[in-house]
Each structure stands twice: as structure tokens, then as C-alpha cells.
Design a protein around this ligand. Structure first.
Ligand code: PLP
Length: 394
């Protein structure tokens, strides 16, 4: 029997991917399951981006690139950061990675010594704790309370800082809650980070998917001091519907970027070359498709959020970004005779043919996550099924 390394024995597989796999399995058995587990936009990548990749391959750009990414792509990313955030980054302050996920992975590997702590607000994106642990670090959780729109306060953050704290993660707009930190909230959290001397990992992957009056602010925009202490993580997966292309980036201090690039030179060598050319087109080309996708998500959100709240025992704050709803389903679970929301989600899958992700995987066990990255008609049918399931059992 093969003995696995200690570091992977405790690894928990992604709960979001697990539910998607289970839904697929049931579908293969002929069950009419509607999956609300998707973590990716349901639109195809815009055509001009696909064409840029094809063109690059036809022109022979099918070889290795520099480990940290093509200089032309770094330039396009720097231009994007300047245009959208007013932030100036030099090319040696940017690394292109195989998705934002691998930017984070590489970052934790070069940043953490055994026992170093990273503060992670709950509800969190499933990969943060696992990636921190893989790098020898310890995740320290701060509870983003529902009554505070799932956001953490400066006092809560301060309380968790120890001499071992290396960084805090801020994910705005958030997966799974869809909540967005305001400028004032970021300023207040930033002050704690400056005072305590901790880094800020700002995961801005849902930047372009934002609804209503709120705007996306990067904490790095708020002052030069904060910019110095912030690592911006972003990419094209969600903004340009490019999840399968695997391109993300980090922008921060050049010494960190150098270490990350050195590590990349021994791990990935470089992100896929045609995908990098596609990403140049994504950032430098027209942005109409990005807005079109955003409005499609918004239209779904407006309809589905209301319908979800009509279900007895379920209450859902209105998200301001991303493409997830994160309702509290504790009462619904109790009303339907389930011992917890995990069991409720399981029943929804087996009895109502609707796949949703239990909140326990995000560090928030009273909640569940529903993705609205599927067609409106399917969404409406899914909500109708959940409603009917609850009605039948109360
Ligand atoms: N960060 C958050 C909060 C996410 O939800 C995701 C994807 O689900 C990522 C990062 C990683 O995105 P990618 O690796 O596709 O760029």
C-alpha cells in the first residue's frame, strides 16, 4: 500500500467540486437534476478572445514563455490596473499564473514558514484554508456575521492578530456570500493591518461582477502604505468567462514576485502560452461582453433572490456581487426534519433533484450556496422544486 505524505492526508477535497460530481452522477443515471453548484459563468469565452488564441498558435507561439508570463501580457495587466484602479505597477511587480488559484498557492508557498498564521474571514472560499495548511501555515478564522452582511470588523481582526500572523485575506466581492466591502470598511481594516504590520491578500477575482450602487475598491488604492502591504490577486476566469484557460495574476512587492517567479520556474514553467495570448486580447480588447454577462447575472439575481426568500424557513441577504446566493437555511432544515443544513442539502439532491453546496464547506454550516450561473428557466424550476420540497414536509 502506498504511503501518502502527511501533508496531503488531511487535505479535504473541494466540497463544491464534490457536489457537482454527485449531481453529474445522478444525471448519468437518468435523473433530471438541476445543478446549482457551478463556480463558473455559463457563457462561452467571447469570440475575439478565442480567435486571439487561435491566431497565436497559427503564428507559432506554442513554446515556453518566461516563467512569470509574457511581458506583453504583464503590460496589459499593468494597463488594466491603472485604468480600473488607478494603480501603478511595474512589470517586475506582476506575475502571471495558471489561474488565480495558483497565484494564491504560490504566494502561500513563498510566504509562510511552519506555524505562521493567516487570518481567514468566514464564510470563506474553500481553497484558502487548504492552501495555507499545505504551505505549513495555520488558518485563523474570523466570523463574518450574517447581521454584519458577512463582513468582519476591525475589532474582530485586531483580536485575532498574534506575533505569528503573516497576512489576512480579503475577498471582495466574496465567494460564497457576494458581499462587497465599502471604501470606509476597507480603510478601517487597512488601519489595523498597518498598525500590526500584517500583509493583505486581496482576492479580487469577482471584481467585474458587481450589482447596484456599490463599487469595487481594491484596498491597495487607499494609500501608498496599503499598496505596499497588499498582494492583489485577480484573473480572467470570472470576468471574461475564461475558467478553463487557467490565467490569473498577482501584483505586489517585487521581492515577493521574484520569489514566486523562481518557484514557478520549478513548478509550472509558465502558464499555457496560447492562453496568455488570449488574455492579452481579453484585457486590451473590447469589454462589451463583460458587461453583457454582468447584466445577465443581475437579471437572474433580481428574480431569483425574491423567489428564494418566499420559501418558508429560508432567508437570504441580497448579494452585491459574484454569482452566488448564500441563504440561511437552518430553520428550513429544522422544519423539514433534517438534523442540519448538510442533511437538508442532501435531501434536496435526492428528493428534489436540486444540487446546492452546503455552507459547512465554507465555514458557515447554517447556510447553503446556490450559484445562479445557469439559465433563468432552470433557476426558476430549481427554486420551485426547493419550495415544493419544503412545503411537502412541513
Ligand atoms: N478566488 C475565489 C474567491 C474564487 O471563487 C476562485 C474560483 O472559484 C478563485 C479565486 C480561482 O479562480 P481561477 O483559479 O479560476 O483564476
Amino acid at each position: 500500500k502506498i504511503q501518502l505524505a502527511d501533508r496531503v492526508r488531511a487535505l479535504t477535497p473541494s466540497s463544491t467540486l464534490a457536489i457537482t460530481a454527485k449531481a453529474k452522477e445522478l444525471k448519468a443515471q437518468g435523473k433530471d437534476v438541476i445543478g446549482l453548484g457551478a463556480g463558473e459563468p455559463d457563457f462561452n469565452t467571447p469570440q475575439h478572445i478565442i480567435e486571439a488564441a487561435v491566431k497565436s498558435m497559427n503564428e507559432g507561439y506554442t513554446k515556453y514563455t518566461p516563467s512569470g508570463g509574457l511581458p506583453e501580457l504583464k503590460k496589459a495587466i499593468a494597463a488594466k490596473l491603472k485604468a480600473d484602479q488607478g494603480l501603478e505597477y511595474q512589470l517586475n511587480e506582476i506575475i502571471v499564473t495558471s489561474g488565480a488559484k495558483h497565484a494564491l498557492y504560490t504566494l502561500f508557498q513563498v510566504l509562510l514558514n511552519d506555524g505562521d498564521e493567516v487570518i481567514i474571514p468566514t464564510p470563506y472560499w474553500v481553497s484558502y484554508p487548504e492552501q495555507v495548511k499545505l504551505a505549513g501555515g495555520n488558518p485563523v478564522y474570523v466570523e463574518g456575521l450574517e447581521q454584519n452582511n458577512f463582513k468582519i470588523t476591525p475589532a474582530q481582526l485586531k483580536e485575532k492578530v498574534t506575533e505569528k500572523t503573516k497576512a489576512v485575506i480579503i475577498n471582495s466581492p466574496s465567494n460564497p456570500t457576494g458581499m462587497v466591502y465599502s471604501k470606509e470598511e476597507l480603510q478601517a481594516l487597512g488601519e489595523v493591518c498597518l498598525e500590526k504590520g500584517i500583509l493583505i491578500i486581496s482576492d479580487e477575482i469577482y471584481e467585474k461582477l458587481i450589482y447596484g450602487e456599490v463599487e469595487h475598491i481594491s484596498i491597495a488604492q487607499l494609500s501608498d502604505e496599503l499598496k505596499k502591504q497588499t498582494i492583489i490577486i485577480n484573473g480572467v476566469s470570472k470576468s471574461h468567462s475564461m475558467t478553463g484557460w487557467r490565467i490569473g495574476y498577482a501584483a505586489c512587492d517585487s521581492a515577493l514576485i521574484k520569489a514566486m517567479t523562481d518557484l514557478a520556474s520549478h513548478s509550472t514553467s509558465n502558464p499555457t502560452t496560447p492562453a496568455q495570448y488570449a488574455t492579452i486580447a481579453a484585457y486590451a480588447g473590447p469589454q462589451e461582453e463583460v458587461e453583457k454577462m454582468r447584466s445577465a447575472f443581475l437579471e437572474r439575481l433580481e428574480i431569483i433572490h425574491l423567489k428564494l426568500n418566499e420559501i418558508p424557513g429560508i432567508s437570504c441577504l441580497k448579494p452585491q456581487g459574484a454569482f452566488y446566493l448564500f441563504p440561511n437555511a437552518k430553520t428550513a432544515a429544522t422544519m423539514t426534519g433534517c438534523k442540519d443544513v448538510d442533511e437538508f442539502c442532501n435531501m434536496l439532491l435526492t428528493e428534489a433533484n436540486v444540487a446546492v453546496v452546503p455552507g459547512s464547506g465554507f465555514g458557515a454550516p447554517d447556510f447553503m450556496r446556490l450559484s445562479y450561473a445557469i439559465s433563468l428557466s432552470q433557476l426558476e424550476e430549481a427554486i420551485r422544486r426547493i419550495h415544493q420540497f419544503v412545503n411537502k414536509r412541513v
